[in-house]
Ligand binder design. Structure first.
Ligand code: TYD
Length: 251
């Protein structure tokens, strides 16, 4: 789908310097923006990479709108608590999926669509691919129901670019579980409902992510293997720069 002006709603005015403008921060955004999502297993390093990418964009005078799912809007943050707290026992897979989409509908209406309409870059930590991977794959609801709900609830809001971080399953799980213990003792907040899942659940999530990437290679860039933070960052900015450049050429 390329930068997919049709699907991804990206439209950036090309300055007289073209691609060099990107490096000098002279790219001038005009409505509509670019929607970039980061995906991966828990513990895949998305949070660090979003921080690095935000700083990289800031050095080019681009201030993205950054959010995470579940959460992001005030209502979404409350939905997040229900979804991630280990005390939410007995949530059915359907309930879980419905809550993920409820959160997403609110984030689209309050944050994502207005930002795209204003010509901004939106960086979202997880989006519908997470629902397909975790509820479709992990909880075994299948892809079709997730994609149907996406069409119904999210309309034509589709990422222009998805960066899928896929370090090894083992490394991700160790990091995620360690992080959750640390966060819980620091904040007293228990967000470990997913981290408590069995390895077989995560294996299904991992497989579904790979399936999504194989189905949509234009949109989904796979960053695989146990790479250093710097190496992952380099691959991310390469893909993002390419998309921004394509967007400038597309106008
Ligand atoms: P979070 O603490 O934000 O994890 P991470 O930093 O790894 O993204 O927790 C989000 C959890 O919610 C994560 O385990 C994945 C899960 N999730 C779903 O199961 N379905 C979804 O649609 C989304 C957005 C997240």
């Amino acid at each position: 789908m390329g930068i997919s002006l049709s699907c991804g709603q990206a439209k950036w005015a090309r300055s007289s310097l073209g691609s060099r403008a990107l490096n000098s921060g002279r790219l001038v955004p005009v409505p509509r923006g670019i929607f970039i999502t980061l995906e991966g297993l828990d513990g895949s390093g998305k949070t660090t990479q979003i921080r690095r990418l935000t700083a990289w964009l800031a050095r080019r005078n681009i201030e993205p709108v950054v959010l995470r799912q579940p959460g992001g809007s005030a209502t979404g943050d409350r939905i997040r608590e229900i979804l991630l707290d280990s005390r939410s026992t007995g949530l059915t897979p359907m309930t879980e999926m419905a809550l993920m989409f409820a959160d997403r509908a609110q984030a689209i209406a309050e944050i994502i669509q207005p930002a795209l309409d204003a010509g901004k870059i939106v960086l979202c930590d997880r989006f519908t691919d997470s629902t397909e991977a975790y509820q479709g794959g992990g909880r075994e609801l299948g892809s079709e129901i997730v994609l149907d709900l996406h069409r119904l609830i999210c309309g034509n809001v589709q990422p222009d670019l998805t960066l899928l971080l896929l370090p090894s399953l083992e490394a991700s799980l160790i990091r995620a579980r360690r992080r959750n213990d640390r966060d819980q003792s620091a904040t007293g907040k228990d967000e470990g409902r997913f981290e408590a899942e069995q390895d077989a659940f995560y294996y299904r999530v991992w497989q579904k992510y790979r399936e999504i990437a194989a189905r949509e290679p234009e949109r989904v860039i796979r960053i695989e293997g146990d790479l250093s933070i710097d190496e992952v960052h380099e691959q991310i900015v390469e893909s993002v720069a390419e998309r921004l450049m394509t967007a400038t050429r597309g106008v």
